[in-house]
Design a protein around this ligand. Structure first.
Ligand code: CA
Length: 229
């Protein structure tokens, strides 16, 4: 591994896709390594220490979910998951796999690169200063934006960086209904609203971890965080 380049591990067993993604990322200035199955992905993640992993779900050996679990058990690495279908994305988020974003095949290289950059920006962003420097409480959930920590009933809850940013965004606009497009722009840095499903999926993950009643769905509009009582 050389210099200060951002390292991306591409895990994909279809050689044409793997090569296309790797070539594009190299052209964009990233350092890239490729793995084609589950066991070698875990091994490369350990040796190469990537800043981000692009991870296909269906792999020989063991699948992308297992790769994600094993890699994350050792150290935190942001993961952008490649899924075959939108309903597969929902399923994975429901399982709490811990990926930071999902891209459904087929995707354009331009979109993939934009999403990779957005995840890296988000993860690299320093924790923002909370207005009063303390934790904010909503019902049984306590959020410390400065430390990027969340507790529920006093116990620490692990959120992915994306889940945390979504929660923080809703919290800063407590009581206001935010549309999916606004959330996409604020949390994911996407200007175009084609991927609103990823918002729904992450709301589902937050509800699973923090309780069903915390985030209210306003049908046909968006989401809001309930006002603290
Ligand atoms: Ca595959």
């Amino acid at each position: 591994m050389t210099g200060n380049e951002t390292r991306v591990l591409v895990v994909e067993d279809e050689p044409t896709i793997a090569r296309a993604v790797a070539d594009r990322l190299v052209a964009e200035g990233f350092g890239v390594e490729v793995a084609g199955d589950g066991p070698s992905a875990v091994e490369r993640a350990r040796a190469y220490e990537p800043h981000l992993i692009v991870l296909d779900v269906m792999l020989p050996g063991f699948d992308g979910l297992e790769v994600c679990r094993r890699v994350q058990a050792e150290r935190f690495v942001p993961v952008l998951m490649l899924t075959a279908r939108d309903d597969e994305t929902d399923l994975l988020v429901g399982l709490g796999v811990g990926a930071d974003d999902y891209v459904t095949k087929p995707f354009s290289m331009r979109e993939l690169v934009a999403r990779i950059r957005a995840v890296l920006r988000r993860v690299g962003r320093p924790a923002m200063d909370a207005a009063d420097g303390g934790a904010v409480r909503v019902g049984e959930v306590e959020v410390d934006e400065r430390a990027r920590r969340v507790r529920r009933d006093g116990s620490e809850v692990h959120l992915t960086p994306t889940e945390f940013d979504l929660l923080a965004c809703l919290l800063r606009n407590q009581g206001t209904v935010l549309t999916r497009a606004v959330l996409l722009e604020q949390v994911w840095d996407w200007a175009d609203a084609s991927g609103t499903r990823v918002v729904d999926s992450h709301v589902k993950a937050l509800r699973r971890k923090l309780g069903q009643e915390l985030i209210r769905t306003v049908h046909g509009v968006g989401y809001s965080l309930e006002v603290a009582s």
